[in-house]
Write a protein of this length. Structure first.
Length: 246
């Protein structure tokens, strides 16, 4: 589903990603761990083209967006974003729109659906994350956990093939983390292909098919969770696990 080969990303003079190879199969759940600044967010942002790679290839579902002719680049990227949904640390909902309008917006503007069609898809996805009763609420009338569930519904409404989560519970009060993790876990159980960055080690252990450990712009370890957490092979991963409390 995702095929990354020799990915490099440089900002100004700083190499942030230094040759990443990663394959994620359909239905697989990959958790990316690693110290702050190791390039995890940059990697996710490259996957849905919020950042343009300096070098390397990324294929989503067999399509490479590198080699598309320049003229169609915008169209390619818009198409890619409907296939790859992303949920960030901050909920970034449109604060002037209520929950259902937030979920509908891109269905109308990007997918070109009629309002009634968009509304029915939006409501189905709000229901899925347990937020249908709050469909008329504005973001300011929702808790952080509820806003994040709306953000997940908004990504799901586009019917993506892959979902990316970048520390999607890190900005939440501790008592709100569980409701969001539960929604993400349900999605995993339904078979969604997912790549997640998280500091929730228990969750990572529970949901991941594979842990990818990054340090300093490269992948230094890759293993199923039961092996990674019990027997990390690198000193760096070992140190990281000792620091994370779980
Ligand atoms: P992580 O998510 O693992 O904490 P990031 O991918 O956010 O790491 O960042 C990796 C490095 O890239 C950091 O040193 C960060 O300062 C740098 N970086 C990230 N985005 C930019 C940017 N837009 N411009 C310049 N440097 C950036
Ligand atoms: Mg990050």
């Amino acid at each position: 589903m995702i095929e990354i080969k020799g990915l490099f990303k440089q900002f100004n003079n700083v190499q942030v990603l230094k040759g990443i190879d990663l394959i994620v199969k359909e239905g697989e759940k990959v958790v990316i761990l690693g110290p702050s600044g190791s390039g995890k967010s940059t990697l996710l942002r490259c996957i849905n083209y919020l950042e343009t790679p300096t070098k390397g290839e990324i294929k989503i579902n067999g399509h490479s967006f590198e080699n598309g002719d320049k003229k169609n680049k915008e169209k390619h990227i818009a198409q890619l974003r409907t296939e790859v949904g992303m949920v960030f640390q901050r909920f970034n909902l449109f604060h002037h729109l209520n929950a259902v309008d937030n979920v509908m917006a891109a269905l109308v503007t990007i997918k070109g659906l009629s309002k009634p069609e968009a509304r029915s898809i939006a409501e189905a996805n709000l229901k899925k994350v347990g937020m249908l009763e709050k469909a008329k609420n504005f973001p300011s009338q929702l808790s952080g956990g509820q806003q994040q569930r709306v953000a997940i519904a908004r990504a799901l409404a586009m019917n993506p093939k892959v979902m990316l989560f970048d520390e999607s519970t890190s900005a939440l009060d501790p008592e709100l983390v569980g409701e969001v993790l539960r929604v993400i876990k349900n999605l995993a159980e339904e078979g969604m292909t997912m790549v997640m960055v998280t500091h929730e080690m228990k969750f990572a252990k529970d949901v991941a098919d594979r842990i990818v450990f990054m340090d300093n712009g490269i992948v230094i370890e890759e293993a199923p969770p039961e092996i990674f957490f019990n027997n990390p092979t690198t000193e760096r991963a070992n140190q990281f696990l000792l620091q994370e409390s779980y």
